[in-house]
Design a protein around this ligand. Sequence first.
Ligand code: NAG
Ligand code: NAG
Ligand code: NAG
Ligand code: NAG
Ligand code: NAG
Ligand code: NAG
Ligand code: NAG
Ligand code: NAG
Ligand code: NAG
Ligand code: NAG
Ligand code: NAG
Length: 842
Amino acid sequence: MGIINKSNACDFLSFSLLLYFLIFPSVCATDTLTQSQQILVGQNLISAGQIFELGFFTPSNSSKQYIGIWYKNIPDRKVVWVANRENPLQATDSASSLTIGSDGNLRLLDGKRNTVWSTNSSVQSNSTIAVLSDLGDFVLKDNVSGFISWESFKYPCDTFFSGMMIGMNNNTGEKRFLSSWKTDGDPSPGNFVLGLTPDRPPQIVCWNGSKTLWRGGPWDGWKFIGIPDSGQGYVNGLNLVPDNQQQSVYLSFNVYNTSAVTIIVMTPAGTVNTMVWAEETKSWHVNWVAPANPCDVYGYCGPNGVCNKNQSPICECLKGFVPNSTEDWNKGNWTGGCVRRLELLCQKNSSSLAAAGAKNDGFWRMSGMKLPDQYDYLFNEVSSSCEQRCLSNCSCMAYAFVTGIGCMVWSGGLIDVQQFSINGNDLFLRLANSELGEDRKKKREIIIISVTTISVVLLLGAVIFGSCRWRANQRVKRRNRIKGFDLPDRMDNSQDNLWGSHMIHSESSELPLLDFDKVLVATNNFSSTNKLGEGGFGPVYWGKLEDGQEVAVKRLSSHSGQGSEEFKNEIILISKLQHRNLVRLLGCCIEGEEKLLVYEYLKNRSLDTFLFDAKNRVELDWAKRFNIIQGIARGLLYLHRDSCLRVIHRDLKASNILLDDDMNPKISDFGLARTFRVTQELANTHRVMGTFGYMSPEYAMGGLFSEKSDVFSFGVLLLEIVSGTRNTSLHYQDQYLNLLGYAWQMWNKRRALDLMDESLDDSLSQTEAIRCIHIGLLCVQDHVANRPTMSAVVLMLSSEIEVPQPKQPIFTTQSLSDADLRSQCNSIRFMSTVSKSIIEGQ
Ligand SMILES: *[C@@H]1O[C@H](CO)[C@@H](O)[C@H](O)[C@H]1NC(C)=O
Ligand SMILES: *[C@@H]1O[C@H](CO)[C@@H](O)[C@H](O)[C@H]1NC(C)=O
Ligand SMILES: *[C@@H]1O[C@H](CO)[C@@H](O)[C@H](O)[C@H]1NC(C)=O
Ligand SMILES: *[C@@H]1O[C@H](CO)[C@@H](O)[C@H](O)[C@H]1NC(C)=O
Ligand SMILES: *[C@@H]1O[C@H](CO)[C@@H](O)[C@H](O)[C@H]1NC(C)=O
Ligand SMILES: *[C@@H]1O[C@H](CO)[C@@H](O)[C@H](O)[C@H]1NC(C)=O
Ligand SMILES: *[C@@H]1O[C@H](CO)[C@@H](O)[C@H](O)[C@H]1NC(C)=O
Ligand SMILES: *[C@@H]1O[C@H](CO)[C@@H](O)[C@H](O)[C@H]1NC(C)=O
Ligand SMILES: *[C@@H]1O[C@H](CO)[C@@H](O)[C@H](O)[C@H]1NC(C)=O
Ligand SMILES: *[C@@H]1O[C@H](CO)[C@@H](O)[C@H](O)[C@H]1NC(C)=O
Ligand SMILES: *[C@@H]1O[C@H](CO)[C@@H](O)[C@H](O)[C@H]1NC(C)=O
């Protein structure tokens, strides 16, 4: 028995204060336990950054005591890890101690110095120390070699917190799952376990004993698709780390922001709770719970039943199915599920087939679904062949094509299907042809009805619109006279008039203002055949002015909330941004609520139509791609630094890069974020989801935006250009990684060239390509300070200067080994509150 036996004076103090430990528990706390020391009841290890604390504790209402780890600065103590959960000590045993034995293992001794718990490391060492890290990991290691022989993160209890991983390794047989406490006062393992399934791709599942209780669905590269309200990727902090060679798959949890502590707990009641420490209320706030309603309970409606929490009764049979036992079903006993009403054609006897002249089975689409359990996943199947594959196999009952996963098929009963009210996926259900026909007929009727209604509405609309426009015209004419806008006849003399007789010049601004009527004519009344696409701020139309000039007209969504004057001033500024790698703004038009921007029209359209298309991408050889990369970099540099305005683009992505006849890139949509300042919240929620793969972590999570966020998007774009694949929705070698994850993995294995688009083989300059990937990885680093500026990027692209080594982007990708992850985690510190708007924006 003794106290920590250290030679500094502090220990004498702690000895004399032993009696006052309850008041001064950490007078000379350290984060390290050595072989010559021990931890006694009342003494604690404290991590270097004062974040975690390890020591003896007694749960409320319990007569037992345990060694555990908890957050030091959180008064409502939540023990996140327990050493001896199955081997408790009596709470009255005040002589218990934790030591490092002569064999280099941790030992928990009772008052009689019997070992009640110990670690199992077989590594012998006489310089073993145990350190409590700031991540909350209790690590047993050799002080000389640094070799880690044991760590608490490998033995999770009921709490999943930042820096940890759960999952499994087939080679070693390791299963790292969460298990609940038995009760709030008893940390011994309860019935409920949270972990990953061996499915491909893995699902997150909570079991009650051996029965599935709740299922979060398979991982799609960014999220578990059965959790409709989770954020994605680095917003929820979760990431899947598969390793085919190791036959392992792990789920990591890393939150970005240290300011809010977030934990995921498997509770004794059988729910998975995500909890955030709320500093204002000094309490744990439960952010998210599963199962949250009966529909979340696994298989609640039985096979082929579908659950909808907003309906009563909540269970219903899938279309084309009837209750297996109507009696049970009507009594509200849904466990029997439903059976098919009409046999499928392929199930019928071939003799009866010919007689009926039967039509083949078809698929019924159900949207917003939680996809059923027990799927097979057909690797390498594209979306169009997925349907065929299912149709050609009579045991295939349904299929789905999910971005980031691919073709999923089901045979047998469809279990655990749910109708979500947000998000969810399309499920295609196989049905006999006649089941589909019924609805087709109905649909046709509906279409006829709606066609008539629509035509009436259109007719009325046209009449009203015509008269309004007439009035508006009168108004504008009046206003133009009042404000002293130039008159058309004077304008004809103007030198820099791009618009011939279409434009009216404002004296003060030189901003070409265009007559609304002329735009209407040019775009054929914004006809849908003229529509080029839908941008972040509204649809874009192709138009041809009277003099034959082709233009692209952006019709801004009306909710910009800005007054015309303010808007005009903003546009005047934007129109001054001119660079060969920016799309030229030719003019604008303001008419009542309508705000139109008129750009030069580029025939080759946007980069994504080339890059992500199997046929078109061949046109982009390496020289063209390198030119595009450099052009975008220069355009962005101009926006950031060289222009009068210092514009942050905020929405850089492949579809915002237009290509001219010679495949020179031109950035579009720049500066518009400025005009949307007023309703930034709105713009955010709209665009956050639209371009998720391009968003930097600091923007996705905190809405913080800087030039470096553009640098991040540029990095993603660069990697997309060299690889010819989108960052989102990726499948690499049967692993569920996104492009950034794959790029990092290949870079780390010194196989960066594997990333390159295969169609580039002939034209590739290897040194340029590797340099590009290198720079791309620098740009997508997690932390703003690590990313280069655009001027550095331009320099690195165009010269041979030394380029620093990139750090692994852990919030946007995933790592290869624990060690990698740990070293990264130590250099950053996590914890985040997820921006509410992002979750709602989904
Ligand atoms: C402890 O016991 C009291 C009284 O028996 C009870 O009200 C309380 O809920 C218990 N607390 C816990 C954490 O079990
Ligand atoms: C140590 O090994 C024994 C037997 O192999 C096992 O029962 C025990 O749970 C292990 N203890 C820990 C802490 O891993
Ligand atoms: C333990 O320490 C002694 C010296 O104190 C040294 O001779 C011996 O090699 C060490 N043993 C191990 C396993 O490191
Ligand atoms: C660990 O090693 C370092 C030097 O390598 C030494 O300064 C330190 O005192 C050692 N710590 C313990 C607990 O032995
Ligand atoms: C877990 O299973 C047990 C036994 O099968 C059952 O009594 C209990 O209600 C289940 N708990 C939940 C939350 O489903
Ligand atoms: C582990 O092995 C099981 C059974 O052989 C298999 O189903 C599963 O896919 C494997 N998991 C991984 C991650 O390789
Ligand atoms: C329908 O009910 C019968 C008898 O209750 C059972 O044998 C059969 O498996 C059920 N069918 C399905 C699809 O669950
Ligand atoms: C529900 O129906 C199943 C058969 O489909 C039966 O085995 C079970 O006992 C029923 N449960 C209740 C509560 O009636
Ligand atoms: C298939 O057809 C044969 C005769 O054509 C008939 O005897 C048999 O019952 C049929 N089977 C089924 C499952 O309908
Ligand atoms: C049809 O699907 C079943 C179940 O998925 C599978 O076992 C079987 O091999 C498939 N048959 C063919 C010919 O693909
Ligand atoms: C971290 O969270 C705090 C409050 O929870 C917030 O004020 C801060 O801006 C966040 N930091 C980042 C980098 O997101």
